[in-house]
Design a protein around this ligand. Structure first.
Ligand code: COA
Length: 317
């Protein structure tokens, strides 16, 4: 069995930043309310010409550059998104085309905010079993396209962006464990109710925020316990928490569960909002590039999202 190691990271945000003050002109909200309840200051929103695939391309190019990989070195592309450019080809195939990669497997994964954890976990299985040696794993979203910009309870929360990493077969330990879960019983708490088959149009995000919040905190607490137990680790063995960035209060609750000071938690929700499947690889790239995360450190990535889906990846960087 091969081990799978992260060898490059990259990210991309749309040019246009939308502040909380900008949203005060759209809906009955305030910078103070958004900041106090969510920890968000601004988010980036795509303009004409920017799409999920175009953001993914820039993030992927950066990750490949850091890993020293050319297009012909990539033998697997997995892209997590809830906001694909088209019904088909998959956004992974559109990305493959943009990168000039031919022939390798490329497919999308849809697990909403847990999508990147699902994608990374799947890529790791391909590498461990020898089916791939150099995978591009991407989380990319244009959530702004499925947000109702007249609904103050949701529109202040989400943003667009992409993050990517290169995962390579290695003899050094990298991904230590992955844990994936879902429970489809909670559709009524968080959903986009339309789709091709039932309405021929997607519709917009609907959420019972308070209930989602409570479920997220308890479920993420359980996934932390499950991950530590499976690896026979203590809380203090984790160097960095890289959580899905939905709400600073959810992140703080998980950090508390781990007994971690916030200085060991990568927080980007203030700058990016909730970018769904893109949020973890975006946060990872920020902390790798600013020098906080160093080789050999132990990272806990975790997410909770629509479905409900939830999961974690424990990795030695
Ligand atoms: N600006 C101002 N007021 C707002 C508002 C906004 N943008 N959105 C909601 N409010 C109001 C509500 O209407 C409500 O008013 P009322 O008391 O007069 O009825 C009040 O603020 C409190 O609303 P509530 O929903 O109880 O607030 P909250 O503390 O639960 O915070 C969320 C709302 C959405 C920030 C929070 O529930 C949350 O983050 N939930 C989880 C979201 C999430 O993580 N989703 C994705 C999972 S991946």
């Amino acid at each position: 069995m091969n081990l799978a190691r992260i060898t490059g990271t990259g990210s991309c945000l749309p040019q246009r930043a939308v502040t909380n003050q900008d949203l005060e002109d759209l809906v009955d909200t305030s910078d103070d309310w958004i900041w106090e309840r969510t920890g968000i200051r601004k988010r980036h929103i795509v303009s004409a010409g920017e799409t999920t695939a175009s953001l993914a391309e820039q993030a992927a190019c950066q990750a490949m550059q850091m890993a020293g990989k050319r297009p012909q070195d990539i033998d697997l592309i997995i892209l997590a998104t809830t906001t694909p450019d088209q019904v088909f080809p998959s956004t992974a195939c559109l990305l493959q085309q943009r990168l000039g990669i031919h022939g390798c497997a490329a497919f999308d994964i849809q697990a909403v905010c847990t999508g990147f954890i699902y994608a990374l976990s799947t890529a790791e299985k391909f590498i461990r079993t020898g089916s791939a040696r150099c995978a591009l794993v991407v989380g990319a979203e244009t959530l702004s396209k499925i947000v109702d910009w007249t609904d103050r309870t949701t529109c202040v929360l989400f943003g667009d962006g992409a993050g990517a990493l290169v995962l390579e077969a290695s003899e050094e330990s990298g991904i230590l464990s992955t844990h994936l879960h879902a429970d489809g019983a909670y559709e009524n708490l968080l959903r986009v109710p339309g789709g091709i088959s039932n309405r021929e149009a997607s519709g917009y995000i609907e959420m019972r925020g308070n209930e989602v919040f409570r479920m997220a905190v308890t479920t993420l607490g359980r996934i932390v316990d499950e991950t530590l137990e499976a690896n026979q680790l203590h809380k203090s063995d984790i160097d960095w928490l890289i959580p899905h960035q939905a709400n600073i209060r959810i992140i703080q609750a998980t950090a508390k569960k781990l007994g971690m000071g916030m200085e060991r938690v990568v927080v980007t929700v203030d700058q990016h909002g909730n970018t769904s499947a893109a949020s973890i690889p975006l946060a990872l790239d920020v902390a790798v590039r600013d020098g906080r995360i160093q080789r050999g450190e132990t990272l806990l990535m975790e997410a909770f999202g629509g479905g409900f889906t939830w999961g974690s990846v424990l990795a030695k960087f």
